[in-house]
Design a protein around this ligand. Structure first.
Ligand SMILES: NC(=O)C1=CN([C@@H]2O[C@H](COP(=O)(O)OP(=O)(O)OC[C@H]3O[C@@H](n4cnc5c(N)ncnc54)[C@H](OP(=O)(O)O)[C@@H]3O)[C@@H](O)[C@H]2O)C=CC1
Ligand SMILES: CC[C@](O)(C(C)=O)C(=O)O
Ligand SMILES: [Mg+2]
Ligand SMILES: [Mg+2]
Length: 491
């Protein structure tokens, strides 16, 4: 055991990182057939476990849950989740030997011990699946030679995996087969059927590699998806309070603002999100985001480098070995922030007002999406993968903040994402301190430039529009969004 990625030659690393093929819908014509009648046992019934299982059962597959004996005896949440939804639940010993496919949907921290417990019980020729490849790529777990190892990784929180499926759609999904474990050559057929069963095929599936998934997933979650939304929430809220904006209003503007402005992103990328602002506000948001990009670029690059070189994973694993001291301390500190503790006021904010009074939030989203995308593609990750891990998933994470603020986001995402989110947040807040000193309520809390009567500089506006539209994230985004025609609005 050791960092598998770090054992590869540079050439092999680049080959794996660049594995990413957007699959044609015709490749899913066989639907779930490759798994029809197979016994599928999910280990863990948490964020992904429960929601993937519900979708797969609704798609006609045979799903049961193997839980730790203590979880069953103590009727823990996982047991309640599974049994109240009518699933068959049993211990590892009861269910794993019957399984054709075992889905390991426990937290990444537990994968080594779970795989160690489950593997000897698996029948010859069965398949082991992951929804995130950390255990294989960063810990170098080696799996029994007769077992097939696949990955089906939804690019979104478990709650949204279910919500999108219920809307008749799905979420973009990355699938992979571990090249060292495909003894019967059935990995791709099973991964495709699994993605179809969760609804992923309706939103877009990338045929990728364990390595590309891990490195892009870690980068997205640490920076734009969770880290920057947390930093932005705290800084924007504190600024509004400092400047005398009503606390209930400020709380509501942030809590629901990310969801509202990123809904514009979801439908038409950064271009559409920025187009929702007035022309003077758009120019201002552009200038702010350019400044933010310059300040935060080194931090985004540091996260990418630490992920690529294994420093992030070794740091997090040291915290695992230290009983999650950092994770738990950071979690508790987040709960004490003024934003978390201030309930949203009972005040009406129209959809347009979230944009007009949230120019800084729009600027942060643009800066974060573009920086994350640039850092990933600069490192050999393919644009489609980088798009899913930056622009595409931001609205889905924003939905979780709208539900119950940062608490909800950090509960719904994996522990790995939560750890990386805090790591980024703690580095980013001090980095933005000087920038935030110059910020006033004209860009957060009140409408920008409604009454200043200044003429718009047409040449500047044209240059801003060109820069926004020509960013590579917009190019790949318009192609990928065209394959998601069935999307339904949330707000
Ligand atoms: N959260 C998300 O939305 C996403 C997660 N992923 C990936 O999906 C996988 C699952 O993550 P997530 O859904 O967040 O996980 P959760 O934290 O929600 O998983 C909790 C489940 O794991 C079980 N569990 C915890 N510890 C152990 C253990 N030592 N042995 C056996 N079972 C254990 C719990 O059971 P018990 O009741 O016994 O404690 C519970 O059923 C991870 O690989 C993650 O990276 C991928 C995409 C998004
Ligand atoms: C964004 C965080 C995530 O990668 C996810 C929901 O996709 C996770 O690990 O939870
Ligand atoms: Mg993810
Ligand atoms: Mg993740």
């Amino acid at each position: 055991m050791g960092n598998y990625f770090n054992t590869l030659s540079l050439r092999d690393k680049l080959t794996q990182l660049s594995k990413c093929r957007f699959m044609d819908s015709s490749e899913f014509e066989d639907g779930v057939n490759a798994l029809k009648g197979k016994k599928i046992v999910i280990v863990g019934c948490g964020a992904q476990g429960l929601n993937q299982g519900l979708n797969m059962r609704d798609s006609g597959l045979d799903i049961s849950y193997a839980l730790r004996a203590e979880a069953i005896a103590e009727k823990r949440k996982s047991y309640v989740n599974a049994s109240e939804n009518g699933f068959n639940v049993g211990t590892y010993e009861e269910l794993i030997p019957t399984a054709d496919l075992v889905l390991n949907l426990t937290p990444d921290k537990q994968h080594t011990s779970v795989v160690k417990a489950v593997m000897p019980l698996m029948k010859k020729g069965a398949t082991l699946s992951y929804s995130h490849g950390f255990n294989i790529v960063e810990e170098g777990t080696q799996v029994r030679e007769d077992l097939t190892v696949i990955m089906v990784a939804p690019k979104c929180p478990g709650t949204e995996v279910r919500e999108e499926y219920k809307r008749g759609f799905g979420v973009p999904t990355l699938i992979a087969v571990h090249e060292e474990n495909d003894p019967e050559g059935k990995g791709w057929a099973q991964a495709k059927a699994y993605a179809a069963a969760t609804g992923g095929d309706r939103a877009g599936v990338l045929a990728s590699s364990f390595i590309a998934e891990v490195k892009s997933d870690l980068m997205g979650e640490q920076t734009i998806l969770c880290g920057l939304l947390q930093t932005g929430s705290i800084l924007c809220f504190d600024k509004m309070i400092e400047k005398g904006i009503d606390a209930g209003y400020a709380s509501k503007l942030i809590q629901y603002g990310w969801e509202t402005v990123t809904e514009g992103l979801k439908y038409g990328g950064i271009t559409n999100m920025m187009d929702r602002l007035s022309n003077p506000a758009k120019i201002k948001a552009f200038e702010l985001s350019e400044e933010l990009k310059d300040i935060m670029r080194p931090l985004f690059q540091k996260h990418m480098d630490d992920i690529m070189e294994g420093r992030f994973s070794s740091g997090m694993m040291a915290d695992w070995a230290n009983d999650d001291k950092d994770l738990l301390g950071w979690r508790a500190a987040t709960a004490e922030t003024a934003f978390e503790k201030t309930p949203a006021g009972n005040v009406e904010i129209s959809e347009q007002e979230y944009y007009d009074n949230g120019v800084l939030m729009v600027a942060m989203v643009r800066a974060g999406v573009e920086l994350a995308f640039e850092a990933m593609t600069d490192s050999g990750i393919i644009d489609a993968s980088a798009y899913y891990e930056s622009l595409h998933e931001t609205p889905l994470i924003a939905n979780t903040i709208a539900r119950r603020k940062l608490y909800e986001m950090n509960s719904v995402i994996s522990d790995t994402a939560e750890y990386g989110c805090y790591l980024f947040d703690h580095a980013c807040k001090p980095l933005l301190a000087d920038f935030m000193k110059k910020i006033d309520t004209d860009v957060i809390g009140k409408a920008y430039a409604k009454d200043n009567g200044k003429a718009v500089d047409n040449a500047k506006l044209i240059a801003v529009n060109k820069a926004l539209r020509e960013h590579p994230v917009e190019k790949v985004g318009s192609f990928l969004r065209a394959s998601m025609k069935a999307m339904k609005p949330i707000v």
